[in-house]
Each structure stands twice: as C-alpha cells, then as structure tokens.
Write a protein that binds this ligand. Sequence first.
Ligand SMILES: C[S@@+](CC[C@H](N)C(=O)[O-])C[C@H]1O[C@@H](n2cnc3c(N)ncnc32)[C@H](O)[C@@H]1O
Length: 285
Amino acid sequence: MSKMTKQQIRRHEEVEALLWGSAEKLSPEQVAFCLEHWDPRALSGKHVAKNQAYFTPLPLALDAGRYIGGNGRRVVDIGAGIGRLAYAVLFANWWDTNQVQITAVEINEAYLKVGQRLMPEVTWVLGDFYDLHLWQNLPRFDQAVSNPPFGQVLTDYDTSWIGYRGPAGLMVAAIGLQIARLGITMILPQPQTPFCYSGAPPGKNAYAPSQADYLKRFIARHPELEWHHSSIDTAQEVYKSGWRGVSPVVELVSLQGRNGALLSMHYATTAPRPNCSLALTGQMA
Ligand SMILES: C[S@@+](CC[C@H](N)C(=O)[O-])C[C@H]1O[C@@H](n2cnc3c(N)ncnc32)[C@H](O)[C@@H]1O
C-alpha cells in the first residue's frame, strides 16, 4: 500500500476541518469534496490493510449506483466505508429522495461516523456482515450494493449460514443474494467473476476462458444465478486512477438469483422475488 502524498494529507485535513469544525449541515459540494478526499490511510494503514478498506473511485461508484433504487426501494450497502456507493445511489435518485431508502453496514466505527456526518439520511449500522444476527434484525431489502473486501477476512463469527466459504468478495455476494430480493450489484476482482472484460483488448471474448476453483464452487452453489455485466471497462484511466494505494482489475457486475431462498428474518415482512424479468444475460462461454 502506498503512502499518502503531501497533497493528499493536506486535502484530508481540510476534510476533517469541514467535518468536525462545526455541526452545520454540509452543502452538496462539501459532501462531494469530503467523499473524494477523506483518506482512510490517514487514520491507520493497519486498518486499511486488515479490513481491505480501498474505497471505490468516485466515477466508478457513480456508475455503479446508476440503476439502483426507484420505487421506494430499500437498498443496503454492505461494507459501506464512508459511503461512496451509498452516495452514488442517493445521487442517482436525487430527483426524489423518497425513491430509495438506504442502509449502510460498516465494521469500522471511524468510517461510519464520517458517513453519518456526510449522509444523515442513510441508516448507518455498525456491524460485521458475517454476523447472521445482524441480518436477522434488519428489515428485508430490495437491492444490495457492495464493494467488499476482496481477499480473506478473518472473523470469529460462524459463517456456515452463508453457505459458501471463499474470498470475502464472493462471501458478500452469497450474503447479498440471501438478503436482497432483487440481488446485488458489486465491484469484484476480475477473477471472482466469470468475465475478463476490463482491460481486455476490444473484440476479445468477454468471458474468462477458465475459472478459479473458488469461483467454480460459488457458481455450483448458485446454479440459478444470473450474472449481468455492466459493460464498463474499469481499467480505463478515469476509474483506475481513483484507487488509492492499490490498482486492482475489477468488474462491475449484478448478480440475480431468482430461485434461491431468502434468509428468514426475525421482524421482516416477506417480500417475494419478482416473477418476471428482462432477458439481459448473455450465454456463458
Ligand atoms: C473495499 S472497502 C469499500 C468501502 C465502500 N463500500 C466503498 O465502496 O468505498 C470495504 C469496506 O468493508 C469494510 N469491512 C471489512 N470487513 C467487514 C465486515 N466483516 N463487516 C462489515 N464491514 C466490513 C471495511 O472497513 C471497508 O470500509
């Protein structure tokens, strides 16, 4: 992980002054400035590495949020950081904020506090996404969104309820499919998807010629699953340059599992999965 530059440190300090210098509501421009320049490395490089807190480049977040929400949908951002994806979903629904209700789940309290200050209209939940009890006590969601940690994340929770063990990205995918009836939109490292679109020369087959064992196991566990690719090449400079301290090759995908069972929740009303859909998927090679 690279160190912060002097300019990044200066910007981060400006953000801190805006956030905590007064309790006044921040203007939309100030919120955008804070989201862009608040840098988790200033707090602790150790936390960044442990929780894999590499925030989504804003242009990529804004593109990811574009098709989420509407119709008053309940959306959950899993591993929300300071809320770049939550912001993108709000931004996509700016014309009527009643069109979406967002919940953001984050394990790091410092990130959560920044998120709360920036977006008080979001319901912020401090918690571990591996905790079954957390999900059983939250309302049912329509859609999930996530840029999850990509590697292994150690946890003391019993994760057997997820039904899949592997890289955190795919474990979060499995969680999203159990808690959101319309599925989950995610930023995943390319090898955790069946695609090799981003960074590939134009005209190349968009599907990966071979798959890692952990992905094969994930797909075998969710045979009903549809993968939708966003057709966004995230290796373009506008997206790639926004990762701080890392440069992963990722894909922006949506996963929809029409027949999979939703997790039963203690206080939730039942909302069925849709029984009709647009045929958007291509044939997997
Ligand atoms: C790759 S970052 C993405 C942050 C944010 N979603 C974004 O797009 O900018 C992953 C986030 O997940 C959080 N996280 C890691 N493990 C978690 C866990 N077990 N439960 C909840 N959040 C977790 C990290 O603290 C970090 O903020």
